[in-house]
Structure formats: C-alpha cells, structure tokens
Design a protein around this ligand. Structure first.
Ligand code: SAH
Length: 229
C-alpha cells in the first residue's frame, strides 16, 4: 500500500479533493493510505506556539525548526521526506513517476513565510516546488503532487494502458484527440482516425506529437531529440 503522510498546520485541508472519485475508491481498496499529522500537536511550550518572527527582520512568521523536528522524530518511517517550497526543484513527470515507485512519501507543508532552514538541512529533506509562483501554504501543493502520483499507482485508473501515451512520456506532448460527433460546426475529425488502419493512426499521432512539441515546447523537443540519438 502506497503511504502518504502529510505534516501540516491545517489538517482540515485533507483529504479534501483526494477523497473523491477514483482516489476515494483506491483508498478503500487499500491501494494507498493517508496519514495526517498536525504539527501543532508537537509544539513544545504550553501556548502551543509553532511559529515566530524571522531573525534579521522581515515580514511574516516562520515555522520553528524545533517544533517541526519534534514532529518528524515522532512520526518516522522509511519513506523519503520532502518539503514543498518555491525554492525546490520543479516537479516534473519523471519525478512523479519516481515517487510512485517508492513505498510512499512524507510531505511537509509550510505556511506563513515558510520554515526555519535548519530543520530542512538537519533531516536532509528534499525541497520540491510545483511551479514558479507562490502559494499561501503547502497544502494545495501537496494535493497537486499527490494527484500526479496517485494516478500512476497500479489499479487507480481504469484503463492503465492510457498512461503509456500521455503528455511528457518520452518528452513529447500528447497528440490531439477527438470523439463524437464526426462533424461538428463544420469541423471534421481527421480522416486517418476513421480509417481503422492502426499503423497509419499510430504514425499520424506520433507526427502530431512531434510537431506540437516542437512548436510549443522547444525545451522538451531538444530533450526528445537528444534521447533518440
Ligand atoms: N517566503 C517564501 C514563500 C512562503 S509561501 C518564499 O519566498 O520562498 C508558504 C508556503 O507555501 C511554503 O512554505 C510552501 O510550503 C508553500 N508553497 C508556496 N509556493 C509553493 C510552490 N510553488 N511549490 C510548493 N510549495 C509552495
């Protein structure tokens, strides 16, 4: 069973969106489980303080290293721990695939201005960003991360074959797709898709993927060509 453990000051965020549809069913089937740890339960003083002002000045509050460390020590397991942070390595599909192959993931969600850096260093925690923008907390980022990972776990999606031809596999974006009606507002579905010729369809789709990637994502196009040679 793939195990997600989330360290947060806002446990009420979860399971949130992860309690719907296929993820709910997958959790009931024990394909994955979710443990929510409330960092506030590990506060070290009687006021339950979890944050304080940054040394050196600046606005906002920082989450305390001692409180987070106390929380981590009391909730150890063998899975990697990551901290969601705009400073981290930007999440991509290869990283997502890798996470899905582990036994699970421990996810530290920051809030306010973030976390005292010492607890990240002490515990060798990898920092991961979900993109170049700033959120108010790691909880939404954790939801995004888990959505991307959980759908790769065997048995979560109905048609597992469909994972093979998705965007970002082999550094290509997906080809365009069409369904009924065959003609809509004067626009026809490309003939080749109605031909029943599987080899030709496959060829057309690859060519579409290649030209879309070349046009929209020169960075991916470069990687695609490098990997091919
Ligand atoms: N002062 C920080 C931003 C803190 S935002 C800075 O300038 O870098 C508060 C929390 O939201 C962070 O601790 C982190 O857990 C989460 N967060 C914000 N943006 C994020 C992003 N792009 N990816 C992942 N987590 C993010």
């Amino acid at each position: 069973m793939w195990s997600a453990k989330i360290f947060t000051l806002y446990p009420e965020f979860f399971p949130g969106l992860l309690d719907m549809g296929m993820y709910k069913r997958a959790r009931e089937k024990n394909i994955w489980k979710l443990d929510i740890v409330n960092i506030r339960d590990y506060a070290l003083d009687k006021h339950g303080s979890v944050d304080d002002k940054p040394f050196g000045g600046g606005r906002g509050m920082l989450m305390r290293a001692d409180v987070i460390d106390h929380c981590l020590i009391n909730n150890q397991n063998n899975n990697p721990t990551i901290y969601l942070s705009p400073k981290g390595k930007t999440l991509n599909q290869d990283m997502v695939k890798n996470f899905s192959l582990q036994n699970g993931l421990n996810i530290l969600c920051g809030h306010f201005e973030g976390v005292d850096q010492r607890v990240i260093e002490k515990n060798n925690i990898e920092e991961i960003s979900i993109g170049d923008y700033v959120l108010s907390g790691g909880e939404t980022a954790a939801t995004v991360l888990l959505d991307s990972v959980l759908r790769l776990l065997p048995g979560v999606l109905g048609a597992e074959g469909s994972l093979q031809e998705e965007s970002f596999n082999d550094n290509l974006l997906e080809y365009p797709q069409y369904t009924q009606p065959r003609e809509w507002e004067g626009k026809k579905v490309p003939d080749v898709l109605l031909s029943g010729n599987h080899a030709e369809i496959k060829h057309w789709r690859l060519e579409q993927s290649r030209s879309i990637t070349q046009r929209l994502r020169p960075d991916m196009w470069q990687k695609y060509n490098k990997n091919k040679n």
